[in-house]
Write a protein that binds this ligand. Structure first.
Ligand code: PRX
Length: 648
């Protein structure tokens, strides 16, 4: 915690869309009469058929239903491209910066139109129709955005799977949503290293068994050798040569699905978070405009990967809906040098820069010099997302990267929320390092106690949202029951975020992290249950329990307690083997940081693992283990403590 306060800089007070007074007035209007507020705001996108019904939402247990602008008809691709052509055909829509600093592309709105239409025609020729699911497993190249917008143009539903996930994880996601078409590239390129995307797709399809993928569209990125299955696989550039750059945008209803994005929860397999068309785009566009105070001509850069929701809402849909210039970066922060981010800022004159605390902490470890040797004079605003930002990292970002000139918007949101829910507005909000500050328009946060009672004033508890907003997820793909159970049953009638939070006397929100069995590793969400099931799938493992622990760079690290099969001896080699195993089963982001071999796990007499105790041991808080009297065998705790693994 920090009690410093940063006022809105004078130049920001002049240029911003909204000052504090305007924020307060607009916020009050948005929660006093949401219907009227969103009836107006809905017009920020264009509709083929106007809506007459604005909000039709219910959080009632057992009957959760969320519809916005439901009788309106529109198309996301048309709104992100065609709508801008009369005024912006020659304006750059996407600046692409390659992994290698010598590679770049500038794509105008007209070119974006032509590329997206061609991609849509290639998909149409492979029988992709309105409502069909298409899986994307792509590197950060413009074709990834073209493919997303091409799906949207046809009314097809994309499911982007992060290129760091394993063939197994990819297979599960293809199966769950029944994609008949997969779009990939020969290889990805990150930090000079190649990622075998097409080979992973082949391996994933081999694991699908009787689920059939009809077509794999392969974009050539590196030119590396890949296997092409005749009849199934096609090179994108060859298919694109055969089609025109004209493809009408399909009119779709506001609640037509736009995309599915899989995300980890506290139990079971990742859930397919479903977002729809109208409300999502209105919300992504509005938050992008106000949170980043985006004005025409600004160069905006979000460093996320399009495999995550941040890439969907704030690289592609929000910025393009606003006719912005959005920068897409293929590489990593420290390649070829630790100055890369700032060199890219200088090269493309970036004004608005949005990244994750984990990147900031890693760069901070390299000292100030790689930053200060660059100019960064174009920067005006900095953003943070994905996990709580510790005040030290916030201060460094502000002082060194932003030269004490740039406000920082610490934006709290989730895959489920579609867009930013709690955030400063740069011209309106006094900043406190580490606080996401205040709710965005239309968002009604509440802090509740363990019984679900809303708390007043300064308090600490769990964060819920009391009413719907247009960007909210609509369901878990194929499992509405799970949607209701996961988000609306803990505190009936309210959306439960899974986050803990504190509200201070000024009404500022401070997100304290997940209160469920989800860990946030480098801003990536990982379910402990997923890592556990990967571990127990190893033939030498009998049982596993996974918890998070504080990690200097990653925010949280993954701590795995593993019980081996009888007769198997623990060894350093086996430890490494298990880490590699999890990487292969799920992907590198799930690699356990620490593995402790545990002859026994702390269990209740009914056999339930007491994770609270495991968490405390992983956090080094042995003095504070709480009640251990209900353990079947209290002795296991001593053993766990004496063999705990050292933190890096
Ligand atoms: O715990 C919160 C954390 O990230 C979770 C959502 O993860 P995901 O769905 O992957 O989306 C990340 C990008 C939107 C939240 O439940 N989180 C996200 N942003 C912040 C944050 N925690 C604190 N401060 C933030 N600004």
């Amino acid at each position: 915690m920090s009690d410093k306060i940063y006022d809105v800089p004078a130049e920001w007070a002049k240029r911003a869309f909204l000052d504090d007074h305007a924020y307060q007035a607009k916020y009050e209007a948005s929660v006093r009469d949401p219907e009227a507020f969103w009836a107006d705001e809905g017009k920020r996108i264009e509709w083929f058929e106007p809506y007459t019904v604005v909000k039709n939402t219910s959080f009632d247990p057992g009957h959760v239903s969320i519809k916005w602008f439901e009788d309106g008809v529109t198309n996301v691709s048309w709104n992100c491209i065609d709508r801008h052509l009369p005024t912006r055909a020659d304006q750059v829509a996407i600046i692409w910066e390659g992994d290698d600093p010598s590679e770049q592309r500038h794509i105008t709105y007209q070119e974006l139109h032509d590329e997206v239409c061609r991609f849509a025609n290639v998909l149409r020729n492979r029988n992709v129709e309105k409502g069909d699911r298409v899986t994307l497993y792509m590197p950060m190249i413009p074709e990834a955005a073209f493919a997303m917008l091409a799906c949207a143009r046809l009314g097809a539903v994309h499911s982007v799977v992060f290129g760091g996930f394993s063939p197994d994880s990819l297979a599960g996601r293809i199966r769950d949503c029944g994609s008949k078409v997969v779009i990939t590239a020969d290889e990805g390129l990150r930090g000079g290293r190649k990622v075998p995307l097409k080979a992973n797709v082949d391996a994933a399809i081999a694991k699908l068994g009787d689920v059939e993928v009809d077509h794999v569209v392969v974009v050539r990125r590196t030119g590396g050798a890949v296997n092409m299955e005749p009849g199934r696989d096609v090179w994108y550039h060859e298919a694109a040569d055969l089609v025109t750059s004209h493809c009408p945008a399909a009119p779709v209803e506001a609640e037509h699905p736009l995309f599915i994005l899989y995300t980890s929860g506290s139990t079971g397999l990742p859930k397919g978070v479903l977002h729809t068309t109208g409300g999502y785009l209105v919300y992504a566009s509005m938050t992008h405009q106000y949170v980043f105070d985006y004005h025409d001509g600004d160069i905006y850069w979000c460093t996320a990967d399009i495999g995550w929701v941040t890439g969907h809402s704030y690289i592609v849909y929000g910025p393009l809906a606003n006719g912005a210039t959005t920068l897409m970066f293929e590489g990593v922060p420290n390649y070829p040098s630790a100055s890369r981010f700032w060199e890219v800022v200088d090269k493309h004159k970036v004004n608005i820069f949005y990244t994750a605390p984990t990147a900031i902490r890693a760069l901070m470890q390299g000292g100030d010099a790689p930053v200060t040797k660059t100019s960064r004079a174009s920067l005006r605003l900095l953003g943070s997302v994905g996990e709580p930002i510790n005040p030290e990292a916030w201060e460094w970002y502000h002082r060194v990267v932003g030269d004490e000139r740039c406000p920082i918007v610490d934006t709290w949101w989730q895959t489920e929320t579609g867009g930013i829910l709690i955030t400063p507005l740069p011209g309106a909000t006094r900043l406190k390092p580490g606080s996401a500050t205040r709710p965005f328009f239309g968002v009604v946060p509440e802090v509740v106690d363990a019984e679900g009672r809303p708390m007043e004033g300064a308090c600490e508890g769990n964060l819920v949202i009391a009413d719907s907003w247009p960007g909210q997820m609509r369901t878990v793909y194929g499992d509405h029951e799970r949607f209701m159970q996961t988000y609306f049953s803990t505190y009936p009638g309210k959306y439960f975020t899974g986050d803990g939070c504190r509200r201070d006397a000024d009404g500022y929100y401070w997100i304290t992290g997940r209160v469920d069995d989800v860990i946030n590793v480098s801003g990536h969400r990982m379910g402990t249950a997923e890592v556990e099931s990967a571990l127990v799938a190893h033939p030498k493992v009998s049982e596993a329990a996974v918890v998070g622990y504080p990690h200097d760079i990653k925010g949280q690290g993954i701590y795995a307690y593993v019980t081996l099969m009888a007769g198997v001896e623990p060894s350093e080699e086996l430890r490494k083997e298990l880490v590699t195993w999890v990487r292969q089963e799920i992907g590198p982001i799930a690699s356990p940081d620490l593995v402790q071999f545990a002859p026994g796990l702390p269990k209740t007499r009914s056999g339930k693992i007491m994770r609270r105790i495991l968490r405390k041991i992983a956090e080094d808080e042995f003095g504070n283990l709480g009640d251990t009297s209900t353990l079947a065998d209290p002795n296991v705790v001593e053993d766990l403590i004496s063999h705990r693994q050292n933190k890096k």
